[in-house]
Structures are given as structure tokens and as C-alpha cells.
Design a protein around this ligand. Sequence first.
Ligand code: O2Y
Ligand code: MN
Length: 605
Amino acid sequence: MTTVAPEQPRTAVHPLKAWVREMADLCQPAAIHWCDGSEAEYQSLCELMVEHGTFTRLNPEKRPGCYLARSHPSDVARVEERTFICSRTREAAGPTNNWADPAEMKRTMHERFRGAMRGRTMYVLPFAMGPLDSPICKIGIQITDSPYVVVNMRIMTRLGTVVLDRINAGAAFIPCVHSVGAPLAPGQADVPWPCEPDPQKKYIVHFPDDPSIWSYGSGYGGNALLGKKCLALRIASSVAKREGWLAEHMLILCLTSPAGKKHYVAAAFPSACGKTNLAMMQPAIPGWRVTTLGDDIAWIRLGQDGRLWAMNPETGFFGVAPGTSAQSNPNALAACAKNTIFTNVVLTPDGDVWWEDMGVPAPASGIDWEGNPWTPASGKKGAHPNSRFTAPAAQCPVIDPAWENPDGVPLCAILFGGRRPATIPLANEAFSWEHGVFMGSACGSETTAAALGQAGVLRRDPFAMLPFCGYNMADYFAHWLSFAQRTDRAKLPKVYFVNWFRRGANGKFLWPGYGDNARVLKWICERIDGTAAAQTTAIGNLPTPESLDLAGLDLPAENLRQLLDVDVAGWKKEIANVAESYAKFGDRLPAALTRQLDALRERLG
Ligand code: O2Y
Ligand code: MN
């Protein structure tokens, strides 16, 4: 086995060194590379991947510093059915997770990883989730045999020597083991995207009690960039429960009023609901400004002042490309204008990228995400629906100046939402913290083509955390509820449920969405400031028609009526459906949520 420079980690000491040695003995790589996180290292790995055919360098005049990767067609998205939470007991993982016995799964992982990196380089990535000086920063060490993963992790996390120095100064780390599961026999030629093509042999495994992560067989996104969904959500949610904070699937934004008043808001939406678009939106109302602190994950802790403070543990955006356009998200487009890795989009003849609903004409011809010649007339999508851009957060034109603040930002509102074609109004303010937790627990969304399974069905997704909560969701609800006992409840953020996706009888959206969503955010901020009116209804406090700023928006009065309508029959069905989703938790479901459901039923009459 050879060791690639730097020959030894500059200052690595036990226990990290011992663990890396143990993993190398297990995985049997041809070489070990300790990543320093430098620009030079990033460039040389990109160059290596260009040579191996994994990356295509894009035209530097169109996309400076950008590359395109095409995955294996079997490796295009997170694999929920192969994601496991291996807590000590099945009950600790809860009814919404795939549980496996931790000892048995450790044995399986050791079998899978034995020799898994033969013929490949094992990269050692010291990374931090959150600013290093944050009170809840967590450090991970990912080992991986995928250079694609290394360069993506360098964009998405704080990676390199500064983190190693912290470990050597005594900081704990979370071991994260990853292999694409495609060892090379001597002399065997490599392929551009090695992976394990058999879905049944992929494993995304979490041991929350260690804590540790093992991921085998996939090189794609959330399966392989272990800092993101695996560490920052599944493992962090379980650590956060023990330590008294929250790891959430939420964007963080700041809405600044014309008078300069800042309101920090966190918002949870299931996957494929436009979280990235909302996080970076350009408000349609003059004088109001949105700046973004994060588009996917928020770590939230109780500050000394009794308020909830949120920070983004990531440093990049792993955004879905199709649908990202100058209309839907000009700031995301600007963020990926340079130094960005594109995966599974169309390569245009002039060395640029294209995807469906990019808002610019399709090229007359191109190379599709599978590497085949493609034309708009071919009847197939050129970009995969889950194709992605990995772009540095700092490149977003509306990145908030406080986005790297180790303390985070104080939240005044928490939003929940989903794609709900019926019943759920445009905006609804919770009566209390408990009512807000109930709203979060009742989150759900109509599935889209990009999501797993059948499109157009309602999937309950409490707190948008169904695929990401690393422990029993009933205990997670209790943890959320506990904050009302841990602080002055007047200091907690107000909670809202929003829905941009309600449709009229003709099937069309009633609300324009995008920049006009700022009108709803404005109402929320004015509620917090005590200057906007609301109508108290059975389901919560709804905007009065006059309290929404609709200036310059040609919204038919009938649309507004329907957007703010309380559909009693629809809500009765909703209650039955939420009750059904609660049933699986049995006695473990906090009584406060049953009380909320009963009270809602009673208010509806
Ligand atoms: O399919 C994947 O691996 C990506 S999933 C993803 C990526 C960025 C942000 N959110 C998500 C998600 O599924 O919520
Ligand atoms: Mn997400």
C-alpha cells in the first residue's frame, strides 16, 4: 500500500490515526490520502477526474471553474428503503424508520467493506458541520474512495487541516465510512461512475448510539456526502435530543423591511417543495429584501437569552437543477455561475449546461444525463429530474452577512409547509407553541415526479423530517414540545403553516408563488410586530383579506377567498388522516398532540 502526500497527517494522533489504520486494514485501499482542504488539492482532484472521464470541464468562458459529472443510471437519488437507523432497540428508532440490529448490521458492514477499496485511493476527510466556534459545531471524519465525494464535500462542509487541528487538540469526531462498493482487481479498468448497481446491496446506515455512519454502494448526493442528510440530520437529530437542541430540515432566511428591521425565519418543507427558491427569493414587494442563511438544514439551540438561535451547518447548496430559472430562482442561477459541480444535467455543444425549465431555450442538440446524444425532439428529458448543482453558499448574491455567525441568528418565526392542492390555507398562525408543534407533526406533501414512489399522493412528512429523523418520532415531538417548559414561551418563535400550492376547481394554482410569497412573509413579520390583523378561525389565525399586501398583484378576489377559506369538510378528513398517521406511535405519542387534535375537532364542530 502506498501513501499519497501529505505522507502523514501533519499532526494526527490517536484515536484518529488508529481508526484510520483500522479502516485501511478493513478496506484495503491502494493508497491513503489525507485531505488538507486546499484549493490546490481540490483542483488536482478535479483534474484527476477529468482524466478518468468522471468529470467534463465546462467551457471556462461560460462556466469558469465548473465541471459536469454523470452518475450511473442506477445511482441517481437518495435510497430511503436502504437507509437504516441501528439504535439499540427497534423502539428507539420508532415506527417511521428502517431499524436493524446494530451488532448484526456492524457484521454486515464489515463484510461489505472488507476489501471494498481495493485498487482505489482512500481519502480521509476531516470536516466540520457549523462554524468551528459554534457551541453546537460537530466534527466528522469521512473516509471515502470517491474523489467526486471529496470535491463535493469541500463545497458543502468546512473541510481540511483546520478541522484536523481541532481533533488533535482533543475534539471528538463522528466516524463516517463510505465506499462506492466497486473494488478494482489488478489491471481492471475503472469506469467514470463506479458504484454497486444492485439496489439491495446498497446500505446507508446510522448508529446513533456510537454515533457513526456507514454508507456502501452509492456515490450520489445524500447517500454519499455524509455530512449532509446522514450527519447533519439523522445523527445530529439524535445527538441534539440528548444535548437539548434541534437539528432540522429547514431553510433559514432573513426578511428585512423597508425600515431596515430584520426578521430571521426558519422554514421546514418536505423535499421538492421549493425550499431553495424560498430561501433566496426576490420579493415582489418594493423595499423588502430577503437574504439567505441556508436552504436545507438548520441547527437550532436555546440561547442564554431564552430565544431560539439557528445556524446552517453547511457551506454550500446541493440544489435540484430542473426548474431553477431566472423566474424561479435567479440567485441560485447566479450562485452556480462559477466554481460549481453539476451532476446529471445536459451538456450543450458550447460546453455549457442546460436542464428542463431553465427558462432559456433548449440547445438544438446536446448530450443528455446518460451521456447519449440528445435533442429536444427526442421525447426524453435531457437532465435527470434529480440532477443537481453543488455551489458554494458564499457565491449566492443574497447570502446573509450573518450566515457564518457561530452563535447563529435569533428566530422570530418558524414556518411549516407542503404541496397541498386542497384544504390548507395560504397562511395560518398557530394559537400556541403546542398548536405549532401539532402543525409541524401534521406536515405533509403531495409527491412529485422527483420524489420517491407514486406522484400526486399525500405523503405525511412530520416536520419534513420523515426521511431524516434519527430516532423515534414520538420522542421527537415530545422534544419539540419540551421547549415551552425550558424557556419563557413568549420568547419562542411564532409558528405558521403556509401553502403556496392550493389549486382551484380548474386545477390551476390559486397563488402565484415565487417572489409573491414575500407578501405572506411580510404578513407574518407584521403579525410578530403586532401590526397586522388576523381572523381567528377554528384552525388558527388566518390573514384577513385586507391584511395581506397585494399591491401590484392582479389576484382575482375569488382566488383570495379560496386561499383563505376554511373548508370544514376537508379539515374533518384532514383530522382523520392525521389521527391515522399518529396511530402508529401508540402510547408513545405525546398526549399534548392528541389534545390538539381533539381541540381542533371540537372547534370545527
Ligand atoms: O437525492 C439526493 O441525494 C439529494 S436529496 C436532497 C438534496 C439537497 C437538499 N435536500 C434534499 C432532500 O431530499 O431533502
Ligand atoms: Mn432537503
